[in-house]
Ligand binder design. Structure first.
Ligand code: CDP
Length: 561
């Protein structure tokens, strides 16, 4: 088994390992990996596969920390819950019945460890008529508060706080209220917000014309809005609070291989999986730092891990149980997979490529291109062994494949702590810092320590000096080339964050969850520029975070608080 550091052990102990009725932990991390491997390998028997060999492979790949599935799989596989997916999208139609059905479904999903996203765009605006009662409608934002309260009361499987994504179309009459809602204290604490934009809006923006604000109930245009002013207002709130982000729904739907099944209007909480209503996605991430050898990528090992990971995730779909029958039906139809990566910065350090360099962007393309190609080879192979996904005949794919999508970049907020890797495709935050678990555990970047010892500039004093710093660029004791390898999120300018996101997005079927960090001194116009560049780069969505802005509650929260 790979070596788990003290943060990993603490995280597992508090949240992942099985407990008895009294709350005593009754399994070891090793037993957890065996439990998950045995559960997912069991799916092989339905397809005439080799259960025992597969179980051993799944155990190896997880316990070596080469690959980890999303948290619900680690927590629930082989337990009574058996709900393995992290990412859901639920439909909300313009009726009390539909809204409260979705509240109930959300509660059930959160209880099993999943996160939910919704489009509120179909709801009639505040003040509109309610025919049944002759009253007035309260509008999307007030209903979001109902979801928020429900979420607040249900911790996900008793182990973490629930997360939601709310999407509202930029043509909705209540859009200004939606954009500015987080200016209020303590409102929608369990929500990320995203403004949905499409071709009509961007055409109006380009030609400097107004665009239509439409009541979704009647289809009537109720007024005109200025696209530039709307973007500025969105940028202003993102400057202040980190929310809302922007979604490019036209790009998302142009790239949707199953457009015959409907229009995608929302994503899961962190934005990496745009989904049709009632779809769910199980994520898994390859730990890239475990796939280097002597300063180079171990491509053969990476290929093996990708193939195994695709099988693992497809088996997870087979084994997962869902709390809502409509979800079970959709998941079985589309078999959406979310294979991604963590430890990208670790890998760059091993390759001696600075994160903030053109080489890093080029390498990101090569790397994700490889993973993406291999993931599709694996999905094709599975389609031969098993069947293509049932909606394949209604898809744009010519060759039979097992899954509607294979790749995604998730934030890996908790699983990167278990793996001891840098998170997702993000640059590191700090070389030495205190993780707030068990009264505070010091985390020192082990790659930095290795290099410091080899180059003979290591000392306990230096570690002390680096503690809690969000940059080491001004520390004289560290040689310049090493400083460049350990640039942090704060050292990397916003346009480079975007370039890295775009490089990955070009080789990812779903979307990329990435935070574009900005210095405290950044202006509202800087944020507007980022929205425009994100559009130009063909991204599916973008989220910014300005240092010192009101902490973004859903993502910013430590999973251990
Ligand atoms: O590291 P881990 O697998 O726990 O999750 P992540 O990669 O940080 O987040 C992946 C997805 O899990 C998010 O986009 C949400 O859909 C879901 N999630 C959630 O529902 N609740 C949380 N507290 C964190 C994540």
């Amino acid at each position: 088994m790979g070596s788990l550091d003290s943060v990993a052990k603490t995280v597992l102990h508090r949240r992942y390992l099985r407990q008895d009725k009294e709350g005593n932990v009754v399994e070891t991390p090793d037993e957890m990996f065996h439990r998950v491997a045995a559960n997912l390998a069991a799916a092989e028997s339905q397809f005439g596969g080799d259960v025992e060999t597969t179980e051993a492979q799944f155990y190896e790949v997880m316990s070596n920390l080469d690959f980890l599935p999303n948290s619900p799989t680690l927590m629930n596989a082989g337990t009574e819950l058996q709900q393995l997916a992290a990412c859901f999208v639920l439909p909300i139609e313009d009726s009390i019945e539909s809204i409260f059905t979705a509240v109930k479904q959300t509660a059930l999903i959160h209880q099993s460890g999943g996160g939910t996203g919704f489009s509120f765009s179909n709801l009639r605006p505040e003040g509109d008529v309610v025919l049944k009662t002759g009253g007035v409608a309260s509008g999307p934002v007030s209903f979001m508060k109902v979801f928020d309260t429900a979420t607040e009361q249900i911790k996900q499987g008793g182990r973490r706080r629930g997360a939601n994504m709310s999407v509202l179309d930029i043509t909705h009459p209540d859009i200004e209220e939606f954009i500015t809602i987080k200016a209020e204290e303590d409102v929608l604490r369990n929500f990320n917000l995203s403004v949905a934009t499409g071709e009509a809006f961007w055409d109006a923006y380009e030609s400097e014309e107004t665009y239509d604000i439409v009541n979704p109930r009647t289809g009537e245009t109720v007024r005109q809005a200025d696209p530039d002013a709307m973007l500025s207002q969105t940028a202003e709130m993102a400057w202040e609070t980190g929310d809302p982000g922007i979604l490019f729904l036209d790009t998302i739907n142009e790239q949707n291989p199953i457009s015959e099944l409907g229009k995608i209007e929302a994503t899961n909480p962190c934005g990496e999986v745009p989904e049709l209503p009632y779809e769910a996605c199980i994520l898994g991430s390859i730990n890239l730092g475990q796939h280097t050898d002597n300063g180079d990528v171990d491509w053969e090992k990476l290929r093996t891990t990708v193939h195994l990971a695709v099988r693992f995730l497809d088996n997870a779909i087979e084994m997962s149980e869902f709390p809502v029958p409509e979800i079970e039906e959709m998941v079985t139809k589309t078999r959406r997979l979310g294979l991604g990566v963590m430890g990208f910065h670790d890998m760059l350090v091993d390759l001696r490529i600075p994160y903030y360099s053109e080489d890093a962007v080029e390498f990101a393309e090569e790397l994700m291109g490889f993973i993406h190609d291999e993931a599709w080879k694996a999905s094709k192979q599975l389609a031969n062994e098993r069947d293509p996904f049932p909606a394949w005949e209604n898809s744009s794919y010519e060759e039979p494949v097992r899954n509607v999508t294979t790749t995604t970049i998730a934030p890996t907020g908790t699983i990167s702590l278990i793996a001891g890797s840098s998170a997702s495709i993000e640059p590191i935050y700090s070389v030495v810092y205190t993780k707030q678990v068990m009264g505070g555990l010091e985390v020192v970047n082990d790659r930095f320590v290795d290099i410091a010892k080899k180059r003979e500039f290591y000392s306990a004093d230096l570690v002390e000096k680096l503690h809690g710093r969000t940059t080491i660029q001004d520390v004289e004791a560290v040689p310049d080339d090493v400083k460049r390898l350990f640039q942090t999120a704060h050292d990397v300018p916003a346009d480079h964050h975007l370039k890295v996101q775009a490089a990955f997005q070009r080789h990812v079927d779903n979307a990329v969850s990435k935070t574009v960090n900005l210095p405290q001194s950044a202006s509202v116009d800087d944020i507007k520029e980022i929205f425009l560049s994100a559009r130009d780069l063909g991204l599916k969505g973008v989220t910014v975070f300005r240092s010192g802005a009101k902490p973004e509650q859903v993502l910013g929260e430590s999973p251990l608080k």
